[in-house]
Design a protein. Structure first.
Length: 230
């Protein structure tokens, strides 16, 4: 999903840069208001985890490979504002130190990997949870579907940008078919990684997961009962 320099026109790159700057600026403002002392360390851990897992590619099909985007995962774990910032920091480090994604395309990559999949993924996550009971299983299931669809939505968004100002010669219909088919498979991997990660944390400390703040850890319930009996 990382877009290299020159793949999109200068106008599109500038426009996505402006949109991403606005999204990051708004996230910074809201994060100051909403990020608690308990979730602040989690944001750093999530950024480190996304950075590490993004460096690992898994085979998809026809010689292609994919890697975690992390937008939905980060936003489910620490909320939309801190999650967006965490993934954006990862992308900046990757672009500056590892040349993963172009510098002129940094705004595009933040939009496609952090903002769009993060915000749409979180919206899908909470939309699914409204129809499911408040349980660890529902959180895991919603995480899987939200992460999968967030990748497909990001791939569709890239196709729109390509249609507006792509520098390649491939027809938009061909690009759309390739992006959606490949990234649906990538989304399955994204969904599995996200569901396993969120599920592992929810199993022991659901209070640390933004998307599962309504679940009470069993240990805490046991402690409260013990205190009440004493």
């Amino acid at each position: 999903m990382h877009v290299p320099d020159g793949f999109l026109s200068a106008g599109v790159s500038v426009a996505t840069g402006v949109v991403s700057a606005g999204g990051i600026g708004y996230s910074l403002m809201r994060a100051k208001e909403s990020l608690s002392d308990r979730l602040a360390p989690m944001a750093g851990l999530v950024a480190a985890f996304v950075f590490a897992v993004q460096m690992l590619n898994f085979p998809v099909a026809a010689g292609t490979s994919g890697h975690l985007l992390g937008g939905a995962l980060a936003c489910i774990m620490v909320g939309p504002w801190a999650g967006t910032i965490a993934v954006a920091i990862v992308l900046v480090v990757q672009a500056l130190l590892f040349a993963d994604g172009g510098l002129t395309a940094l705004g595009t990559n933040i939009l496609l990997i952090s903002i769009i999949p993060g915000w749409t993924g979180l919206a899908i996550f909470f939309g699914i949870r409204k129809f499911l009971p408040a349980s660890r299983g529902s959180v895991v299931a919603a995480s899987f579907v939200a992460a999968l669809l967030s990748v497909v939505i990001a791939a569709f968004a890239f196709t729109i940008l390509y249609a507006i100002g792509g520098s390649g010669n491939a027809p938009v219909s061909t690009v759309l078919a390739a992006m959606l088919s490949v990234h649906f498979l990538v989304g399955i991997g994204e969904g599995l990684i996200t569901a396993m990660t969120v599920g592992a944390v929810v199993a022991v400390r659901p209070d640390l997961v933004y998307g599962a703040h309504d679940l009470m850890p069993e240990l805490q319930l046991g402690s409260d009962v013990a205190v009440g009996r004493s």
